[in-house]
Ligand binder design. Structure first.
Ligand code: 3PY
Length: 252
């Protein structure tokens, strides 16, 4: 049985104090109201990792970075390595988010280095893929996503691949209020699972959790998560309010 996962991506929001308050509120609500079989992850800014990991019950809530350096260590001013992330108590790292690809020029080559370092340091990558609007309009989303995966995570040995969580995030649905319809989400999730099966076999494909991201909210989580190939969500704006985040977790 593959895992059901709801991961928040706070992006560049909240100062440290606000972040700790939010983490506390999520921790309390999750302890009281969330189903035990849903894995909950908080993707917080680097500056918050240690404090958030000290604040939440890390047996229940996983802490995630939103990025890590493509180098292990050295003269790379401003970078935060996978080893540093791990040393804070974080267990996950979001990699390949479209905002990183688009605004910070993260290519498949860079992402391969980040993936290798994250895995070497025992972090679980939450690996994002997804197409921009013009690709969706040209109905070329499957080829686009396949290329993103073929150039990166499909190069991993199967035992490493099995450690990943995938997130499909259509770029046109990120922060726009637009959501892929439940059918659109199911269709591409099923496609992603089928290409994982082609590459690594059915058993691996069946065990891989594929999250949906892009304007997922309490109001649409239930419908999205009801799809057989949607195993949870990577949540942007709605993860910044504890009640909304819980509402999404309860979508299962
Ligand atoms: C969004 O839902 O806006 C996201 O980008 C989640 O990562």
């Amino acid at each position: 049985m593959r895992k059901k996962i709801v991961a928040g991506n706070w992006k560049c929001n909240t100062n440290l104090q606000e972040g700790v308050e939010l983490a506390k509120a999520v921790d309390t609500l999750v302890a009281k109201e969330a189903a035990d079989d849903v894995v909950v992850v908080l993707g917080v800014p680097f500056t918050h990792l240690t404090k958030v990991a000290e604040t939440v019950n890390t047996n229940r809530i996983g802490v995630s970075a939103q990025n890590c350096a493509a180098e292990a260590k050295g003269a790379f001013t401003g970078e935060v390595s996978a080893e540093m992330v791990k040393s804070t108590g974080a267990k996950y790292v979001i990699l390949g988010h479209s905002e990183r690809r688009e605004y910070y020029g993260e290519t498949s080559e860079i992402l391969n280095k980040k993936l290798a370092l994250a895995l070497e340091n025992g972090l679980t990558p939450i690996y994002c893929c997804g197409e921009p609007l013009e690709v969706r309009e040209a109905e070329a989303q499957n080829e686009f996503v396949k290329k993103q995966l073929t150039e990166t995570i499909f190069n991993l040995p199967v035992d490493e691949f099995k450690k990943l969580i995938l997130a499909y995030e259509p770029i046109w649905a990120i922060g726009t209020g637009k959501t892929a319809s439940s059918e659109q989400a199911q269709e591409i999730h099923a496609f992603i699972r089928s290409i994982i099966a082609e590459k690594f076999g059915n058993d691996v494909a069946e065990e891989t959790s594929i999250l949906y991201g892009g304007s997922c909210k309490p109001g649409n989580a239930k419908e999205l998560f009801a799809n057989k190939d949607v195993d949870g969500g990577l949540i942007g704006g709605a993860a910044l309010k504890a009640e909304d985040f819980l509402g999404i977790i309860k979508g299962f």
